[in-house]
Design a protein around this ligand. Structure first.
Ligand SMILES: [Zn+2]
Length: 566
């Protein structure tokens, strides 16, 4: 007991003193415009924490991005998804800077990348140049900002990582000049009963709690009656000056009668733990409402390392007849804080709203492997697929589709879902695939492996699955030219590609039989060829583009164009 007591006092102190101090004046800013943010580090995103700072680029593309310090280009990654066109610079002081969603690279790097793309005959590419290949000096123009990959609008996604561990660090520690004098906003408060016998205001289910602003600027919640172990969660955002974007807050602290129970912030995290965001938020609420409540207690299976303080895992044991004052503080990086005070009165009462748990014959212990079958499907869950033990639910809907438990439960690793397809004639199987159906019944392709009489997929999704058939080949439509047209003054060739069901898997384009680079932009379904890439001999040219969907249906588009030799 005594030792534990000492540890509680000493541990946070060790954690705090072991903390690194980051150089504030070593790097310059990656852009030469005032820094306004459309995303903060650690911000809660879909299945991950945001690993960088999103810097607004005045609603346009093509702004110069600068090397923040001397170093060398250590990695280049291009994909139609994710970071889009991304560049990594390793600096001699132990940090690597990352610039993503770029429109294009600076001339020297762009030439280096295109050469590799033509050699590998691929738009998507990942390169790890040697230190002497692409050295950079601070303030070199290394790229132009864009909107490539999974980006919702033009901006620069900017990261700083520890080179050795690859852990992203909050870039604001390195002296980025972002004006922020505004406190975070707390939008909602929820109270969570955390055992069968506990309640909040006689409810065994989580309930929203009202609060209002006091004259001193703090927030005061309505008094709660409760008993047993309970917890709290808040929905909050933070705004910086000069922009209206609702970004993520930096830190959350909760105290009970003056004792800090829980504290976490976003200094750094590891990519390996990023998916565990689904244990930090109320995941079921997120699936239902698309809104993220950050829990101030630590749920089973939550192994996040963002907590500096976790007394009783943030769970408050409310005793009969006792009064409690709970204070939740949400802060931004600059230390602007919003304070919410919650008075709680310990009162044992009959629970009117009982938590409903569907009991099934399949009690799943997550620390073991589990396998279940129903009708035509089999599911195999490796150990620790789920964060907690649960009554697993597997249902045959009778129409060929199956309910694999329900989507409101987070999954932390891939499981295997298999369909027996022996009823399907072998000649027809090629066009069938496993599809996940969303809440409106819209199918999406799951990477389907076919072996013998079994289709299987590895997925982290739960919910409705079925087999779908895609018998329609992709479409290819020219955007800015016609067959047999003169294109002497054109800079680009552009086509639109689409597929009705399983989605685009691959494409290939040639001019006069030679592979050409077409950049794929899924946001507007276009493939674009840049006439700067190649010197074309003669004036008559044959363009051929073929596009293949995920079940192997393919379309080939052919056109001839003319171009005067320059
Ligand atoms: Zn970003």
């Amino acid at each position: 007991m005594r030792l534990l007591h000492i540890l509680f006092f000493v541990l946070p102190f060790i954690a705090a003193s072991a903390q690194e101090t980051y150089p504030k004046d070593y790097f310059r800013a990656p852009l030469d415009i005032p820094l306004l943010l459309s995303g903060t580090f650690g911000e809660l995103r879909s299945n991950h924490f945001h690993s960088g700072t999103d810097i607004k680029t005045q609603q346009r593309e093509g702004l110069r991005a600068f090397a923040i310090g001397d170093g060398y280009v250590s990695r280049i990654n291009i994909s139609p998804w994710g970071y889009g066109k991304a560049l990594y610079i390793t600096h001699p002081n132990g940090y690597t800077s990352v610039y993503a969603h770029l429109q294009k690279f600076g001339p020297e790097i762009e030439a280096y990348v295109k050469k590799q793309q033509y050699e590998q005959e691929s738009y998507s590419i990942e390169l790890f140049p040697q230190p002497d290949e692409l050295p950079v000096k601070q303030s070199d123009v290394i790229a132009y900002t864009g909107n490539t990959g999974s980006s919702g609008g033009p901006h620069l996604h900017f990261e700083i990582r520890d080179t050795e561990t690859e852990k992203p660090i909050n870039p604001l520690f390195f002296g980025l000049d972002v004006k922020d004098a505004q406190s975070p906003v707390i939008q909602e408060l929820y109270a969570y009963p955390l055992s069968d016998s506990s309640h909040v205001n006689r409810s065994g289910d989580p309930i929203p709690v009202n609060f209002r602003r006091q004259p001193d600027g703090t927030l005061l919640a309505d008094k709660i009656d409760a008993s047993g172990p309970i917890g709290f969660g808040v929905r909050a955002y933070d705004r910086q000056d000069l922009a209206y974007n609702k970004n993520g807050a930096y830190a959350v602290q909760m105290s009970v009668n003056g004792t800090t129970y829980l504290y976490y912030d976003f200094k750094t995290f590891s990519f390996a733990e990023s998916r565990h965001i689904n244990t930090l938020i109320d995941y079921g609420h997120y699936v239902r409402e698309r809104q993220r409540i950050q829990k101030c207690f630590i749920s089973p299976g939550n192994t996040l390392n963002i907590y500096n303080k976790r007394l009783n895992e943030g769970i408050i044991d409310i005793r009969d007849g006792m009064d409690y004052t709970i204070i939740i503080e949400v802060s931004d990086f600059e230390g602007n804080t919003n304070v919410l005070k919650i008075p709680v009165n310990g009162k044992q009462q009959e629970i009117l709203h009982k938590k409903e748990i569907k009991i099934t014959p399949n009690y799943l212990r997550t620390k073991r492997e589990n396998i279940y079958a129903e009708g035509k499907v089999t599911v195999f869950f490796p150990a620790y697929t789920f964060y907690e033990d649960l009554y697993f639910d597997l249902k045959d809907n009778g129409n060929g589709s199956y309910e694999i438990h329900n989507e409101e439960v987070p999954v932390q690793r891939n499981y295997t879902l298999s369909f027996d397809v022996s009823d399907y004639p072998e000649t027809e199987r090629k066009q069938w695939f496993i599809a996940h159906l969303d809440r409106r019944g819209r199918p999406s392709y799951e990477t389907t492996f076919k072996r013998g009489n079994t289709f299987s997929t590895h997925t982290k999704r739960l919910g409705t699955f079925t087999l779908e058939k895609d018998s329609t080949a992709p479409k290819i439509i020219p955007v800015n030219f016609k067959d047999r047209q003169w294109l002497s003054n054109y800079h680009y060739l552009k086509v639109k590609i689409s597929d009705d069901l399983s989605g685009i898997a691959s494409y290939r384009a040639t001019i006069n039989g030679r592979w050409v680079l077409m950049e794929y932009e899924p946001k507007d379904n276009t493939l674009t060829y840049d006439f700067e890439d190649l010197t074309l001999e003669g004036s008559r040219h044959d363009l051929e583009i073929s596009v293949t969907d995920n079940v192997g249906n393919s379309t080939t588009f052919k056109a001839t164009f003319h171009r005067a030799k320059k």
